[in-house]
Unconditional design. Structure first.
Length: 76
């Protein structure tokens, strides 16, 4: 019998994850995420981009804009 656990996170984070999860179960979704964790080079690149965002060298896209764009695409 499989063991289960609970992960506590903000509802906003769960909503964001649900957008990319699609019709998969949460278990299948997180298994896929875990199987595809980035290699060291990719992690270094992401850390570099995060540092640029924090230093305001580049501008991020607000989450509300991403959600609005997705909602608009669904209506088409």
């Amino acid at each position: 019998m499989p063991e289960y656990s609970t992960i506590t996170l903000r509802a906003e984070i769960k909503d964001r994850l649900a957008l990319v999860k699609g019709g998969k179960s949460w278990d299948a979704f997180f298994a896929e995420v875990a199987d595809q964790l980035p290699v060291d080079d990719a992690i270094a690149e992401m850390e570099s981009r995060l540092a640029e965002l924090r230093e305001r060298k580049v501008q991020g896209v607000p989450w509300s804009a991403v959600k609005a764009k997705r909602a608009k695409a669904r209506r088409k």
